[in-house]
Design a protein around this ligand. Structure first.
Ligand code: FAD
Ligand code: FES
Length: 307
């Protein structure tokens, strides 16, 4: 009897897993289709008020193993804000969807933007980007998303927190933040602390590394605790577990906290719903507890989103 029940439960579990996998496949196919449609539309006219543009690669260098820094010359530099991102396209027809990459630095005078990104593996879009050199071109759309609300920092003690590949957008944020105390807390895997010198020029820097080779051993909050740091406002970007920990740290201390979410994206312009996150409040437009990270975010008040 008991064995039969266990077998039935296992079969039901397997059915649920199969159904979920089928649902995910359908979502991926739809997102890919939307990507194709959007890409074709973009070639002809503006989409969501943003024009796809062939940006010129100004320079490219490898900052640390697998971490690349690319400066591009683009119209997007004129209106870009810290915390926004650009969608970068490959020139490979088998990869239709763009790759969202944060704006790491803005040089409005020269009309240039800097993207710092990790190559995620062989034959990926990011690997293709890493082969581009000065003089090449790259199709992009941007700037996209909302960016960090810089005005909340005025007159306050601030943490600018970045972890992993959430570190790059913290640089332009650090350059533009005007506040009483600017504490940059960035977390890396190991001694490859890319962008370190630029951070040191733009605030007081605290580093954590997973292997303890530089700064505090552990994560960004370990560095905050070890240095007895305090803040009134937090801006953070990084992987979901880090953002979850930062959110609960802020909630326990009543600190205003903004998080920039990195979610898998498809169209990148609000059309396919491939990037929704769960929100506490209902979205007035769609009447659901969902917001699109690419269009409504990627920056949200931490108390507004479920992480
Ligand atoms: C708002 C935002 C800002 C980001 N900023 C940076 C940054 O500054 N530097 C950086 O290195 N990475 C950043 N990422 C992550 C980056 O987009 C992915 O690493 C990249 O898209 C992976 O592409 P791929 O060709 O290497 O991988 P593939 O596995 O070939 O990608 C397949 C598809 O999945 C999508 N995808 C895969 N991983 C992610 C991911 N983590 N987030 C979103 N889409 C994904 C790709 O865009 C592509 O459509 C950001 C992501 C978001 C959402
Ligand atoms: S990626 Fe399509 S709606 Fe956000």
């Amino acid at each position: 009897m008991l064995e039969e029940r266990i077998a039935e439960e296992r079969a039901a579990e397997e059915r649920i897993i199969e159904e979920r996998a089928a649902e995910e496949r359908i979502i991926e196919e739809r997102a890919a289709e939307e990507g194709i449609i959007e890409e074709r539309a973009a070639e002809k006219k503006d989409i969501a008020g943003k024009r796809k543009e062939n940006a010129a690669v100004v320079s490219q260098e490898e900052l640390a193993e697998g971490i690349f820094s690319m400066w591009i010359h683009t119209e997007a530099a004129q209106s870009a804000k810290p915390g926004q991102f650009i969608s970068m396209y490959t020139n490979d027809n088998s990869k239709l969807l763009p790759r969202p990459v944060s704006i790491c630095e803005i040089d409005r005078k020269a009309g240039n933007l800097r993207a710092v990104y990790r190559v995620t593996g062989k034959n990926t879009g990011t690997e293709q980007f890493s082969r581009l050199r000065g003089g090449d071109t790259i199709p992009i759309i941007g700037p996209l998303g909302n960016g960090f609300p810089l005005e909340k920092a005025q007159g306050k003690k601030v943490f600018l927190i970045g972890g992993g590949i959430g570190v790059p957008p913290i640089l332009e944020l650090a350059k533009q933040t005007v506040c009483v105390k600017k504490q940059i807390v960035v977390g890396y895997r190991d001694k490859n602390t890319f962008l370190r010198e630029e951070f040191e020029e733009n605030g007081v820097l605290y580093i954590s590394t997973e292997d303890g080779s530089v700064g505090t051993r552990g994560n960004v909050l370990d560095a905050v605790r070890e240095n007895a740091l305090e803040a009134d406002v937090i801006y953070a970007c990084g992987p979901a577990p880090m953002l979850r920990a930062v959110k609960s740290y802020a909630e326990e201390r009543n600190i205003v906290c903004y998080v920039s979410l990195e979610e898998r994206m498809a169209c990148g312009i609000g059309a396919c719903l491939g990037c929704v996150c769960k929100t506490i409040e209902r979205d007035l437009h769609s009447n659901v507890h969902n917001r699109r990270i690419c269009k409504d975010g990627p920056v949200f008040l931490a108390t507004e989103v479920e992480l």
